[in-house]
Design a protein around this ligand. Structure first.
Ligand code: ATP
Ligand code: MG
Length: 249
């Protein structure tokens, strides 16, 4: 379970002050995929980094399975798999070596690590590049390797920032099917996306965020009923209009 209560985050530099996240609250339960949906700069990554213990909010609280993301960060980290687009894999190691390294960091036994690598490789269809150098892999292969690394310790809670960004439809499908399988196992999953089709296909509930404000938090069905539309793109435009938001990139 993930619970976020009234989190706020302001970035300040000499020139300007940006309120990236403004009193955002939501909760998500095991067996559910929650999607944070919003345009560029809306505050999605900032929110997810706060839950992932990488950023401290100015106020408010984030909790993962009852542990406080600020005060009990180590306990939280054991239980989450975090994927972000800023974390680009590169270098001379192979996916297998990297997975072994991260498994050891999580104090897993080598037999357990090896089984986990076999399972993840089969799940994510990584068999033919497990032993190739990461620097030489395609974008999709690198993304799969990054996903595998984030999951090597078999976390209960998955926090994926734009998991299908830059992937072709076949690779994107492997990733979304994988997330659905994790949902079936009763894990808690939070993703961010600005791709409506991803949210439509994958999410049980979506939180729509504009300028740091969570302006809607509903199941897809509730949103369609509320706005009298049967596709998320039209709903999204109606909400953007209501909020007075235009292209802000
Ligand atoms: N480390 C930082 N320092 C200063 N400003 C930041 C920092 N991180 C984010 N911001 C600002 O906070 C706001 C929210 O950014 P965030 O990355 O959370 O948006 P996002 O919804 O993930 O956008 P995108 O879809 O482009 O990834 C933006 O105005 C961004 O410029
Ligand atoms: Mg982002």
């Amino acid at each position: 379970m993930v619970k976020v209560t009234s989190i706020e985050k302001t970035f300040e530099s000499r020139k300007k002050r940006v309120k990236a996240v403004n009193k955002v609250s939501f909760r998500t339960e095991p067996g559910e995929i929650f999607g944070l949906l919003g345009p560029n700069g809306a505050g999605k990554t900032t929110t997810l980094r706060i839950i992932a213990t990488l950023l401290k909010p100015n106020s408010g609280k984030a909790e993962v399975m009852g542990f406080d993301c600020m005060k009990e960060a180590t306990e939280v980290r054991k239980r989450i798999g975090f994927l972000t687009s800023d974390m680009k894999l590169s270098g001379n190691l192979t996916p297998k070596e990297l997975l072994q390294f991260f498994g050891e960091l999580s104090h897993m036994e080598s037999s357990v690590i090896n089984k986990r690598i076999r399972d993840l490789a089969s799940y994510l269809d990584m068999g033919d590049f497990l032993d190739k150098r990461i620097g030489k892999l395609s974008t999709g292969m690198k993304q799969k390797a990054a996903i595998a690394v984030s999951l090597v310790h078999d976390p209960e809670v998955i926090i994926f920032d734009e998991p299908t960004n830059g992937l072709d439809i076949l690779t994107a499908r492997t990733v979304t099917e994988f997330l659905k399988d994790y949902r079936r196992q009763g894990r808690t999953i939070i993703i961010s996306t600005h791709i409506m089709a991803v949210a439509e296909k994958l999410c049980d509930r979506v939180g729509i965020i504009f300028n740091g404000n969570l302006v809607e938090n509903d199941t897809l069905k509730e949103l369609y009923t509320k706005f009298g539309d049967s596709n998320l793109e039209d709903v999204f435009f109606k909400i953007a209009e209501r909020e007075g938001v235009t292209d802000n990139a």
